[in-house]
Write a protein that binds this ligand. Structure first.
Ligand SMILES: Nc1ncnc2c1ncn2[C@@H]1O[C@H](COP(=O)(O)OP(=O)(O)O)[C@@H](O)[C@H]1O
Ligand SMILES: [Mg+2]
Length: 563
């Protein structure tokens, strides 16, 4: 495995530019709304938002100038078209509305810049307002047949320029501008006998219909164009690379960073890339990240995720690439199935125990084994193949630094955490055995062994509360010997548990359900993202459907990063 230093290129430059830009109140680079640091995607979204602000400012500045200059047209109307027009009334309306433009432009120039909701409000007030005022001015000049209908199309074009958006947003945004023309006159008819009379006149009504249709056609074209522009921007965004990997889609966002589906152009292969959050570089998290890679790369068991590459970009993003797993985590599987048949649960957790047996044999403790970190995928068309992932807080048995947090915080997930780990005492292979026991308990019953509303209460329960045997938490049958294995793995005292994952794997291999579960044959697979949404199907870039998870070329497995 190579630790590479790579150029962030355009992506790096833009991320740096976004990072230099002023942030909303209470937000700094390295702090998010939730108090955590900005993720790479948040940085990019912010960059996009800043571009929207400056585009709207430009559109409003140009629009306000033209709006003022169009006062000349009012003079032309008065002088050569219809002398009965009240020019002063028109100008009061026209130049009165300039105040709205000026207010909006001033707000857009002020720091901190408006947030997304405020930006949308400014855009609607100014642009829908301007379109409506085109109709208002028409009250003086030709009513529903007024050529000022073209003004509405101009405003719609401005709206399209200001914010290239997905068509759904476009329909709302541009649609509101376009509809303001017919809606205004339909609302004005009961109040204005002139408009009411025009709406009753077939000739005037035809001109009105033609104008309205043309405005709608303009709006439709703008929505379609805006969508194409938006899509292009997305593609440019998705074409961003990290190292030599082209990011395609975010799979998950976690505590320290993100996991992306990415494409390696030279290998013509999709991989998973885990990226450490930008603001974490240089912190203890970065050291943990490096340790995660080193630990995972050292392991060769087929039930451990395979690491392919490790690097740091020029803009300081730490990342590593690993084989892309299709399928879902044990957490999601159990949640969906509401607990698994005991034979299946044994089949799954036994594989994780085997993977961990190798780790324990090499002196590596995972410390965060939980259903979310056991990935159920398929291999060679056979389902229910487990990969242990996320050695994020793994440590060597001989390491002195217990947590690497530097602030005495306990690392791990309380629901599956061994009592000694929850207390911040020394952990060893038996702590992982406990976590595997807890994962098996969860797989069998659909609930974790101890649940409570706070982390402290959960840790206390692990320490002091008696375990409710899994057979009492489910209607499914659990053989006595399997139950005994779970109870022993979840013993409060490490000495009462299996000595390590190898022993646990052996016990599971010798139990009455060993080999009973027939893993399903898998034709197609679907991956799920953080929210359980389906992400890509497993079509590869050559348009064919993969029916098995390809194991990356063994030559990619290289030596651990140089420190
Ligand atoms: N190699 C992979 N292939 C596909 N999805 C993955 C891969 N590694 C992780 N994931 C997904 O990303 C999620 C978070 O990854 P993980 O390594 O556990 O990071 P975290 O430290 O944020 O928990 C996992 O629960 C899984 O859904
Ligand atoms: Mg995880």
């Amino acid at each position: 495995m190579l630790r590479t230093r790579t150029t962030g290129g355009d992506s790096g430059e833009r991320a740096r530019a976004a990072a230099r830009a002023p942030l909303p109140p209470g937000r700094e680079l390295g702090s998010s709304t939730g108090g955590g640091p900005l993720t790479r995607e948040e940085l990019l979204e912010r960059e996009e938002h800043l571009a929207n602000v400056s585009r709207l400012r430009l559109v409003l500045t140009l629009g306000a100038t033209m709006w003022c200059l169009a006062g000349v047209l009012d003079i032309a109307v008065k002088r050569w078209v219809d002398p009965s027009v009240d020019l002063w009334w028109m100008w009061e309306m026209r130049y009165g509305f300039v105040a709205v433009f000026v207010g909006a432009i001033l707000r857009l120039r002020r720091r901190p810049e408006p947030g997304p909701a405020q930006l949308a409000a400014i855009s609607v007030i100014t642009l829908v307002g301007a379109a409506t005022f085109c109709a208002v001015l028409s009250l003086q000049y030709a009513g529903i047949t007024s050529p000022y209908a073209h003004g509405v199309s101009c405003v719609a074009v401005g709206g399209g320029m200001a914010r290239p958006a997905h068509w759904k947003h476009g329909v709302l945004h541009i649609g509101a501008i376009a509809l303001s023309w017919p809606v205004f006159f339909l609302c004005a008819a009961p109040l204005s006998p002139y408009i009411a009379a025009q709406l009753g006149d077939p000739a005037a009504l035809s001109v009105f219909a033609i104008n309205t249709v043309l405005i709608m056609v303009t709006a439709t074209l703008l929505i379609a164009g805006g969508h194409a522009h938006w899509q292009l921007r997305r593609q440019v965004y998705e074409a961003r690379s990290i190292g030599r990997y082209r990011l395609k889609r975010r799979i998950a966002r976690g505590g320290m960073g993100e996991v992306w589906r990415a494409y390696h152009p030279a290998l013509r292969h999709d991989v998973a890339v885990k990226i450490l959050r930008a603001a974490e570089a240089g912190s203890s998290a970065a050291r943990r990240f490096e340790r995660e890679v080193t630990a995972t790369a050292e392991l060769t068991h087929p039930n451990t995720v395979r690491v392919l590459d490790f690097g740091v970009t020029d803009d300081g993003l730490w990342f590593y690439a690993m084989e892309l797993l299709e399928g879902e985590t044990l957490a999601r599987l159990v949640e969906r199935e509401k607990g698994l048949p005991a034979a299946r649960a044994v089949h799954i957790v036994r594989q994780a125990a085997r993977a961990m047996a190798e780790a324990h044999g090499r002196g590596i403790v995972h410390r965060d084994l939980k259903p979310e970190n056991l990935f159920v995928t398929s291999l060679g068309g056979e389902g229910d193949f487990v990969k242990v992932i996320d050695f994020g807080i793994a440590k060597g048995l001989t390491d002195v630094d217990a947590g690497l947090t530097g602030d005495g915080k306990v690392l791990g997930t309380p629901l599956y955490m061994a009592p000694e780990q929850g207390e911040g005492r020394a952990v060893d292979a038996r702590s992982d055995v406990y976590a595997l026991g807890a994962a098996l308990y969860f797989a069998l019953t659909g609930v974790p062994p101890f649940a409570a509303t706070s982390s402290v209460a959960i840790l206390t329960a692990h320490l002091h509360h008696a375990l409710v045997p899994p057979s009492q938490r489910t209607d499914r049958e659990i053989p006595e010997d399997v139950e005994q294995i779970v109870v022993r793995a979840l013993a409060k005292l490490p000495a009462d548990r299996f000595a390590d994952a190898g022993e646990l794997a052996e016990a599971l291999g010798a139990c009455s359900l060993a080999g009973v579960w027939q893993p399903p044959r898998v034709g197609t697979l679907t991956a799920h993202d953080d929210e359980g949404e389906e992400v890509d199907d497993v079509s590869n870039d050559r348009g064919t459907v993969e029916v098995e998870v390809e194991t990356p070329a063994p030559t990619l497995r290289q030596r651990p990063p140089e420190r």
